[in-house]
Design a protein around this ligand. Structure first.
Ligand code: M6R
Length: 609
């Protein structure tokens, strides 16, 4: 989604802003722009549709310089991706502003501004904000005061950064519903939508709170809360080494991140030797809350939702805890009946997903005994707002298609299953088996990664296809859903997952020689049922690609290709099979020539609903 970088410094900042935008590219965007206040106190602006590289070319051709500026990558919501709709937006050749989020009352504000004589050049919801700022500044007062008066008129979600040629060393920011951090420097201060954008200039950050406003100059930094009172917010130092964005020998972040999974899984599990040690990962307040848990309600989006669906099987089968799972965009708007003793579990790799955050915020103490977040980003909004936090140790994930963040979420959720199961009398021997399985997981994943070349060969059959069906049963069904999501996300092949038992209730009508059918088929108690379903596909001319362990008894034959997945303990198989399906979608996308790490229309951090 959109990204913000802003700077107020004693040195020239154009390159800092551009580097910040490059570092935000992973979030997904379709245009970029930058505004600087130059030596003559003029606003200088470049805006381009497309990649940050286009903006760089514009800056190379016509260099603009300044010590104060704002920059932005835009992911279009209102108005097509274009130079005109790209941010920064300006008003009266005086104020420039960038915005993440959505202004819901933009139409009413637009009408009001037009009546006041403002011309609105773009189709965006953002442009109204800059004219409101300008209108307020024209009456008098500082940029900060103008921003204070402006934000009270806005409905919706926003992170904002603005500059004004009459206050040439100042940047003012505000946030409600979208994240904004302050990067603290010496003789310079910055704003950005996430810390990644500023790691080249500082390791000290303030995470602004909901409804905060901030005013930075090279030598000062003031934060105000919604009441307009000046407040102190803690400066936090980010540890070195946790975030490496180097591609190394890999061609894409996605494949790099797929191959990083053994270490990420190991780090997330943390080498616990018994269930008590596992519990330490959930923090000091966890035991008291876990003692009260009678049910679990999981809420998440996309891939994280699939992690929740897998967890339901584990929680109900192993821990004996009843569990519901729902996508956040439905959960947040639905009238619900929650049972007593329900723990709300939100899952989000970014910790910023707007719907998941809204679901958490509108969950009441009457409904839930408390909340737990499973996230990969420390200090993210969800992490700051939940009672309990489990931080996965995947390391930064740049590829838009989530890979190691998903499998580490699964480890976290299996650990949750273990600690809740222990409270409900899960036998010691079963607890030991699960721990042993988790310990063996990195090695099982390493062995699965050795299939890379075989999967690459298998993937060739998918290149001419427009559709694909994924089938599985039981706990592997959400893994089939995840496999289908990965394929459609990055290769743009339409893919759907079905529980194999549903085949003859509709999807079988789609099966012909043109429909590749991927089956996730480990040797488990549902295997024979699944085999019958696959026979139904074969007898209708469908082409099968079966991911199965050697004990599942499949053999290569006409129109049936087998991908042998290493044997591993049953409880961790969802994670192991996921890795094989990730490789499949990566290789299909690679051969189709799509932008693997930044698929069209998608964003890494979905901060608007
Ligand atoms: O950051 P989150 O885990 O909350 O994100 C949720 C989804 O947007 C995300 O999982 C999305 O589906 C990914 N692109 C999947 O690869």
């Amino acid at each position: 989604m959109c990204g913000i970088v802003a700077a107020a410094a004693r040195r020239e900042v154009s390159e800092i802003l551009l580097e910040g935008l490059r570092r935000l590219e992973y979030r997904g965007y379709d245009s970029a722009g930058m505004a600087l206040i130059d030596d003559e106190f003029d606003l200088k602006i470049h805006k381009r549709k497309g990649k940050v590289a286009e903006l760089e070319k514009a800056q190379l051709k016509q260099p603009y310089h300044g010590n104060t500026g704002v920059a932005h990558t835009r992911w279009a919501t209102h108005g097509e991706p274009s130079g005109v709709n790209a941010h920064p937006h300006i008003s009266g050749l005086r104020v420039a502003l960038v915005h993440n989020g959505i202004i819901e009352n933009h139409a009413a504000l637009r009408a009001e501004l037009i009546e006041d004589g403002y011309e609105i050049a773009s189709a965006t919801d953002t442009e109204v904000i800059v004219h409101l700022l300008h209108r307020s500044l024209a009456i008098g007062g500082s940029l900060l005061q103008a921003m204070q008066k402006t934000v009270v008129k806005l409905e919706g979600a926003y992170a904002l950064a603005a500059v004004d040629i009459e206050n040439p060393d100042t940047v003012v920011g505000a946030r409600t519903g979208s994240p904004l951090v302050v990067g603290v420097g010496i003789g310079e201060n910055f704003l950005a939508s996430d810390t990644m954008a500023l790691r080249q200039v500082t390791d000290r950050f303030i995470y602004l709170e909901e409804a905060d406003l901030v005013c930075i100059t090279p030598d000062s930094l003031e934060v105000y809360n919604a009441d307009g009172s000046k407040v102190q917010r803690q400066v936090e130092r980010i540890k070195e080494g946790l975030e490496t964005t180097d591609l190394g020998n890999f061609d894409h972040y996605m494949i790099k991140e797929i191959f990083e999974q053994p270490e990420a899984l190991e780090a997330t599990f943390g080498g616990a030797i018994n269930a008590e040690k596992v519990e330490n990962h959930f923090g000091d307040d966890a035991p008291a809350l876990f003692d009260q848990v009678k049910q679990v309600q999981i809420v998440a989006c996309g891939t994280s939702y699939h992690a929740g669906l897998v967890a339901r099987y584990w929680l109900e089968e192993i821990a004996g805890v009843s569990c519901d799972v729902e996508v956040a965009s439905e959960f947040r708007y639905r009238k619900r009946v929650q049972h007593k003793g329900t723990l709300l579990v939100v899952i989000s790799q970014s910790g910023e997903t707007a719907d998941t955050l809204a679901a958490l915020r509108n969950a009441t103490a009457d409904e839930f005994i408390g909340s737990l977040v499973v996230s990969n980003v420390d200090n993210s909004s969800l992490v700051r707002e939940c009672d309990l936090v489990f931080l996965t140790r995947a390391g930064i994930e740049i590829g838009v298609a989530s890979t190691k963040a998903f499998t580490t979420q699964l480890v976290a959720l299996l650990m949750l299953t273990l600690v809740l199961g222990r409270r409900r009398g899960l036998p010691d021997s079963r607890q030991r088996d699960i721990i042993a399985a988790l310990q063996s997981l990195p090695e099982c994943v390493r062995e699965t990664l050795e299939l890379n070349e075989s999967i690459q060969r298998l993937s060739e059959a998918f290149i001419p296809k427009r559709h694909a069906l994924f089938l599985a049963r039981g706990i592997q069904y959400p893994i089939a859903m995840e496999g289908a999501l990965k394929l459609k996300e990055i290769s743009y092949i339409h893919a759907e997952a079905y529980p194999a038992g549903e085949l003859k209730h509709g999807p079988l009508a789609l099966v012909d020689s043109d429909m590749p059918v991927v089956a996730v088929a480990p040797n488990d108690e549902l295997l024979e049922k699944l085999k019958s379903n696959l026979e139904e596909v074969r007898s209708r001319g469908g082409e099968l690609f079966v991911f199965a362990d050697t004990e599942a008894g499949f053999a290569n034959e006409a129109r049936v290709k087998i991908l042998p997945v290493p044997n591993c303990p049953e409880v961790i198989r969802p994670i192991v099979y996921t890795v094989a399906l990730q490789l499949l979608s990566y290789h299909v996308a690679l051969q189709k020539g799509t932008d693997v790490d930044k698929p069209r229309n998608l964003a890494k951090s979905v901060t608007v609903e």
